[in-house]
Structure formats: C-alpha cells, structure tokens
Design a protein. Structure first.
Length: 325
C-alpha cells in the first residue's frame, strides 16, 4: 500500500505540473496586453506608412492597443534581430518590407538573423513595384529609346538606385548585361537623394519604388519606361517581362512577421485581423494613394511569396556576381 500511495502521489504531482504548463501555454497564447508593431525603417518611409495604417485599425479588431515602434537602421537588420529574440506570445510583431527579410540575408555573410528559422510569416499586407524612371532630357518614352540615348550620350551611363546591395541595383546591373548596354548602377543613401538627382538631371534614369516617382510622372517631370510587374497605377507602362527581361521582375512587399515560436492560434488570429483591415472601406484607396497595392492572403501565402521573391533575388545576385559583404 505505501508503494501504491507513493505512485498515486507522483501521478497527482505530474498531472498538476502538466496542468500548470498547459495553463501557462494557454495564457501565452491568449496575451491581451499592448502589441508593439516594430518597423525597421524611419518614420515617414513606405514601411512606416503601411504600419501606421494597419496599427490604426487593429485595436478595434483585437481589443488591444497597437503601438508602432521604429527600430531603424542597417536595412532593417536591427529590427529583425530584435524580433528574433522577442517573446513569441503576440506582444511583439514585425512589420517589414521584402528587402529586409529577402535581400539582406543574401547580401550579408552575418546578418544576425535567418528569416526561415528566426521569423514566422503571419500575413501579407501590400505590394509595390519598382519603376525605371527617366529624366525628360533623355527624350525617351520607351526602353529602346532610353538605351539608345544612354549609348550615344557621353557620361550618361549612371542609373540611380536607392541603396547598395538592393534589388534596384541588381536590376540595373543585370539589365546592362542582358541589353549589352554601357550602364552602371549608382547607389544613393535612400530614395530621397536619388529622386532629387534624377529630377535635377544629375542622372538620366533611376530604378526606384513606384511610389517615389508616381507624382512626378503624373506631373510630367519624369517618364517611366518599365516596371517590375504591371501595375494599375501606371497603366500602359510595360513590365520588364513584356520587354523580354522576365528575370528583372523583382517586386517588393510589406508584410507582418512574428518571432518563430508564435503559436498557430495566435498567427491565425492576427492574420484574420489584418485581412479584415484590408477589407475595410477606404483602406485600399488609402494604400493606393501611397502606390501600395493591397495583398490579401494567409500566412502560407506570405511564405510562398517570400520563397518566390527569394528565388528572384538569388538569381539576380548570382547573375551579377555580387559578393556578400
């Protein structure tokens, strides 16, 4: 009997411990405090704008305050590293662009995070294209005319891109190879100075996000001769694929990620809320005003989008022989 009683006691203790662990896990999954939406870029940029549109609508759906926190620097690396070690209970989410999660891990030997193992896809949010924009002095309304202008104009080989080791840089340098053109990507420290020099005629062309050139294109200050993927924001402008350069279709995106350990239930709950935000009246129009195209879908859809983007960037990196830094 004493042995029997000891066994029963052990079983009761084990059951109690399991119950406590289960309760703790459930509590973690049912986190109801404030949510911090971390952005890896400064206030006012494309990622920050998208995050604030989302953060404005989420509290009413989740019943939790949502605070945007900018942890800017190093192409989003600082924020990604923070998310990697953050609690996976839903208290911290990562609102990021594709450059951080797709390109950065491929251009750096030690980025400090691995998208596939350290982050968990939660929800797509929006997509945006890159545009090959041209200054009026080039008198080019097509890719053919632009390449002809660059070929016959001394000193006009520089094409601006917003950052070194970025998709626009790879697009320009691969275009030079495919078109056998004497052009070279010149990397700036951000889109603003690249746009400024393009408008001023210091460079004849640039590859930049559509949102950074759309207003100037509509006003006639710039022309766009190609985009990475066709977009209703620039009707009639051909994609690179339309022009025979299919491998240059390096679109970008905005999405919500979480620390890798987030539970399925939390992922599904947050994804559902993000999808409801995208369906709200006026949200799509607001995103389009910033040249962002709403992208609905599941966490699995985001994972597939990531893999497709990663393959595109990997192909470009290999083609232009870019060496990770």
């Amino acid at each position: 009997m004493p042995v029997f009683r000891r066994v029963v006691g052990w079983l009761r203790t084990a059951i109690a411990v399991c119950a406590m662990v289960g309760a703790g896990a459930a509590l973690a999954q049912e986190y109801k405090g404030p949510i911090t939406l971390v952005v890896g870029y400064p206030a006012g940029g494309t990622a920050d704008i998208g995050a604030r549109i989302l953060a404005e609508k989420l509290p009413a759906l989740l019943g939790q305050p949502v605070i945007v926190e900018n942890r800017a620097g190093a192409g989003g690396q600082i924020a990604a590293r923070y998310i990697k070690s953050a609690p996976a209970n839903g208290s911290v989410l990562f609102f990021t662009n594709g450059h951080t999660v797709v390109t950065v891990p491929q251009i750096l030997k030690a980025p400090g995070f691995d998208t596939r193992t350290d982050l968990r896809p939660v929800s797509p949010f929006a997509g945006f294209e890159l545009a090959l924009a041209v200054h009026p002095q080039a008198q080019a309304r097509s890719m053919k005319e632009l390449l002809a202008y660059l070929a016959r104009t001394p000193g006009a080989r520089n094409v601006a891109v917003p950052a070194p080791g970025s998709a626009p840089e790879f697009v320009v340098n691969r275009l030079a190879q495919l078109a056998k053109a004497d052009i070279q990507a010149v990397a700036y420290k951000g889109t603003a100075p690249a746009v400024q020099d393009l408008l001023g005629g210091q460079v004849p062309a640039a590859v930049l996000p559509v949102g950074d050139v759309l207003q100037h294109t509509q006003a006639g200050r710039l022309a766009v001769v190609a985009v990475t993927q066709s977009t209703p924001l620039l009707p009639g402008v051909p994609s690179f694929a339309d022009l025979g350069y299919a491998e240059l279709g390096a679109s970008d995106f905005l999405a919500v990620y979480a620390p890798a350990g987030m539970a399925d239930a939390q992922v599904e709950r947050i994804n559902a809320a993000v999808q409801r935000v995208l369906a709200m009246p006026g949200v799509a129009e607001r995103l389009l005003s910033y040249a962002l195209q709403p992208q609905k879908g599941s966490a699995a859809d985001l994972a597939r989008r990531y893999e497709a983007s990663r393959a595109t960037i990997a192909q470009l990196i290999k083609a232009v022989a870019y060496q990770p830094q």
